[in-house]
Design a protein around this ligand. Sequence first.
Ligand SMILES: C[S@@+](CC[C@H](N)C(=O)[O-])C[C@H]1O[C@@H](n2cnc3c(N)ncnc32)[C@H](O)[C@@H]1O
Length: 320
Amino acid sequence: MKTLLVGYKAADLFERGKHGKKFTAKWLDENVLCHTLDIYHRHAIEKTHHIRAICSPHLPEGPWDLIKFKTGPKLMSGELSLDMLQEIHRLKPVKFELEFVGKERDKNDLLAKIRDNPERVRDFSAKWPASVPGGEKLMFTSYPGCFCHRRLDEGGLALAEVISRDLTSSPIPQSPFPVPHSPSLLDMGCGCGLVGFLIKSVVKDLSLVMVDSHSRAVEAANINAANFNMTAEIILADNGTPARMDGTFDVFAGNPPYYSDYRIAEVFLETAKRALKPGGVCYTVVKNDAGLRPVQERYFPNVEVIRRRGYCVLKSQKPM
Ligand SMILES: C[S@@+](CC[C@H](N)C(=O)[O-])C[C@H]1O[C@@H](n2cnc3c(N)ncnc32)[C@H](O)[C@@H]1O
């Protein structure tokens, strides 16, 4: 029975034995595929559950005998739940099972949205404006699942403002180095590309590499690059793109998530340390610098704190 597992911690929906044979050489069941939006989750599932997993912005084409979907108001946004449900409906599995964590009434409301108007195809993308001084207004596109879908993140904007200001004053403030011709920027955790594209709107000859672990972020960043007519290398990865951690970047920008006790911030800083050339500058942003500052000091000897928009931009230079 070809089964697709979808949604929050979808691998937990796998029931040993129920989906067919128990063990193959490597995977528990070749007929079961677990969908993830984030490549980090795909790697975790393959390692711990030994289920085949795929990371993609949209659900893989069938035919599927069974699609199981796990969601709920506390597990994912209502918009992402409905978007996923709409994709499942389009794939027309023989059987569909919903594991809803929440009130029965909310579950019925969600299902009714598809049942009451099955032919309606909703567009969940959003467009919103952002700009930095000296650059044109850019209309960003985002999707459910992307960080800050439908709105601008003030922390990301603060980061873009500080970096674009530094790159347009020579030498870089507090740095003995002039701004290089055609500087290179690694924007890690790029989301839909807010930071990198805003900086490029001011620094036109910026050579831009963006990386994110979320497939919908990468999809949005690609669409924004095309809409803005900007060139960027956009990579789906959760381990800091080893191929590009080559010590050649002039600037690193990171607005990491802080929900894991700085564990992800450390992945970002490790990447910055390896990706930057000697003398290159690392910028991160956080609401309150007290927690991140000692972490960043473990990777870079100096940390300067620049306050902007209620956020702290932490700036460090890689020693020569
Ligand atoms: C706070 S958001 C910042 C998005 C965007 N830069 C901004 O400022 O609006 C953090 C981003 O980091 C991504 N992320 C989380 N862990 C990651 C990892 N290990 N590697 C790359 N990106 C990661 C998330 O998917 C998310 O898009």
